[in-house]
Design a protein. Structure first.
Length: 287
């Protein structure tokens, strides 16, 4: 198997793990408030990542040259996860996943505006197509003639916007800090933010919930680790469009676990967004 094919296999496995984590979070929303779920998710994510880096390298390179940016990046991860998890309490997993697919298009737009990266007309067309797909997936009344969609369908859109900012900060920090330092900081501020909430919203839960929290940390940590390995073996232009396979996993998980099936508008919107994402991922030609 070539390095690129191994990268593709690792990417697909990572995305499946992320959908498994989202499925577990959606199950937990039936018994716990979202901030408490986020606390458990980030707590065990920090523990798992710290232990893995300690075992692999013998140290914890915590000191950052840009602590404010690291804190802001982790806060963005909290915001994106909080909005997406809140949406899962109200709408099907596949619907939330489809709308969140606009994140790559938003990342390109922010990269042009904030980082001043050169974005060609083909990628701008992909950004525009992504927004059209989101409009279709949201099923606005003027387009469908039906009643207004559930208000929670807007939450994955907000999550995608915040995650795009997270991606931009990740790019910026890649030139400043060691990768291990950034990985260590990824969930730390998010954990601090959720910890502050706990005295006000903590809900007594059975012992198995802590096992579920550990599972969330393992799924998230393993997924991010596999992503790093994938991008070490294959180019981003090959791996980027594979993110849209998450809709397949989300549809299967929604059907098997929650008896939820995406409707035609969701699927049509997801296809349009994916087409835009493919245009965004096409490498720019160099003279």
């Amino acid at each position: 198997m070539t390095a690129s094919l191994r990268g593709v296999a690792l990417q697909l496995a990572a995305l499946a793990l992320f959908v498994a984590m989202d499925t577990a979070i959606k199950l937990l929303t039936t018994v716990l408030p979202v901030p408490q779920i986020m606390f458990g998710r980030f707590l065990f994510h920090v523990i798992v990542v710290a232990l893995a880096i300690r075992i692999a390298t013998g140290g914890l390179p915590w000191r950052s040259k840009a602590p404010v940016l690291q804190t802001l990046r982790s806060a963005c991860l909290f915001g994106a996860n909080f909005l997406f998890s809140s949406a899962l309490a109200h709408i099907p997993l596949a619907d939330a996943t489809a709308v969140s697919f606009v994140a790559p298009a938003l990342t390109v737009a922010l990269a042009a505006l904030v980082l001043h990266e050169k974005v060609g007309p083909l990628r701008w067309a992909g950004v525009a197509l992504g927004f059209v797909g989101v409009l279709v997936a949201l099923r606005p009344p003027f387009l469908t003639g039906e009643a207004a969609p559930h208000w929670a369908t807007l939450l994955p859109l907000g999550s995608a916007a915040i995650f795009a900012a997270y991606q931009i900060l990740t790019r910026r920090l890649a030139t400043v800090d060691d990768t291990r330092t950034t990985v260590l900081h990824t969930s730390f501020a998010a954990l601090c933010m959720t910890t502050v909430w706990q005295p006000f919203i903590w809900t007594p839960a059975p012992g198995w919930v802590w096992g579920a929290f550990l599972l969330l940390g393992l799924l998230g940590g393993a997924g991010h680790y596999l992503l790093v390995l994938a991008y070490m073996r294959a180019p981003a232009s090959l791996l980027g469009p594979l993110h849209y396979t998450q809709l397949v996993w989300a549809t299967v998980a929604g059907a098997l676990v929650f008896a939820e099936w995406p409707d035609g508008w969701t699927l049509a919107g997801a296809v349009i967004i994916a087409a835009g994402g493919v245009l965004v991922a096409i490498p720019r030609r160099r003279g």
